[in-house]
Design a protein. Structure first.
Length: 313
């Protein structure tokens, strides 16, 4: 789950509001390229060797360097991998802007095309980067200093903002300007995006590793501060709290330790609380989408909204 999800929002919103599917597909492809650029860079930041069950870009190129570039030297191979991944992410962003510039070939005005480029790279991208920055900083703060507002800010900026832009793109392509319906579509996508990330945090603790395509517990290894982690710490015994804190940022967590961590999350009520919070945002998103024209595309958006919290990966 997650592959081409944002472009789906773009195309469904556009068609729901009476826009052209071909233009929405181009805009959606641009958004997916941009999103994948953030994933490539995010894997570097998080030191993740896997993405969707396959080697992350920086890890893959480090292995290529070790095998195919003898003059590189083994010790420099990891830096080579990081370098190539940074460049690959930058290239994806370049392609994203280029695709958006092609929209006038699909009946879109130059003004709308420029507005999408300006909004994605001038408004949306800085917000996403601010969310990523806060997400990087939080693991180095004491848990008692991490506020609910900070955790919500990460959810909103790092994840939900691009969902909102995806709906904005679909709405602007259809209407050519901001309208109440476009605003409702953006609110729908924003709330769905927050629910998506909460569910992602839950799956990161309780999911099936083979289905997820990445190690379960990676958020614990990285010391990430999440809503469900804070809830677990605040609703566990002192012994359980110490166990969780001692394993935050620990590079290697064995199966027995991970099982104990999962038990703490369940017994503390953190998983249930996370599911309830995600459901709250899903309900808010449903209220927003009900203000859109009643057609097959609104139905599909509503169904997609429900899938967001029932997914297993």
């Amino acid at each position: 789950m997650g592959v081409a999800l944002r472009p789906t929002f773009t195309t469904l919103v556009c068609q729901c509001l009476g826009g052209r599917r071909d233009a929405a597909i181009i805009a959606g492809a641009a958004i997916e390229l941009y999103h994948n650029s953030t994933l490539v860079h995010d894997d570097i930041i998080d030191k993740d060797d896997l993405r969707r069950g396959k080697p992350s870009v920086h890890y893959k190129y480090s292995q290529i360097g070790k095998k195919e570039l003898p003059l590189l030297g083994y010790d420099n191979a990891n830096h080579y991998g990081l370098t190539m991944a940074i460049l690959a992410g930058d290239m994806l962003q370049s392609w994203s802007a280029y695709l958006l510039s092609l929209l006038p070939n699909y009946g879109v005005s130059d003004g709308v095309s420029l507005e999408l480029i300006r909004t994605l790279f001038g408004k949306c991208s800085p917000v996403i980067l601010a969310g990523e920055t806060l997400d990087v900083e939080l693991p180095f703060m004491e848990m008692e200093d991490v506020t609910p507002e900070m955790l919500t800010k990460v959810l909103e900026d790092k994840t939900a903002e691009l969902f909102r832009f995806a709906a904005f793109a679909g709405g602007i392509l259809a209407k050519g300007k901001m309208t109440d319906e476009v605003e409702y579509a953006m609110q729908f996508a924003f709330d769905s995006g927050i629910a998506f990330q909460i569910k992602d945090d839950i799956l990161g603790i309780m999911g099936d590793e083979e289905v997820l395509g990445k190690p379960v517990g990676s958020d614990i290894v990285e010391g990430k501060r999440t809503y469900i982690l804070k809830y677990a710490l605040e609703n566990s015994s002192e012994e359980q709290q110490m166990f969780l804190l001692n394993h935050l940022g620990k590079e290697a967590i064995n199966a027995a330790e991970m099982k104990q961590i999962q038990d703490i999350f369940v017994l503390s009520g953190a998983i249930e609380a996370g599911e309830e919070l995600a459901a709250k945002y899903i309900n808010s998103a449903e209220n927003a989408v009900n203000n859109l024209p009643d057609n097959e595309y609104r139905t599909l958006l509503s169904e997609l909204n429900e899938i967001m919290v029932n997914r297993v990966k």
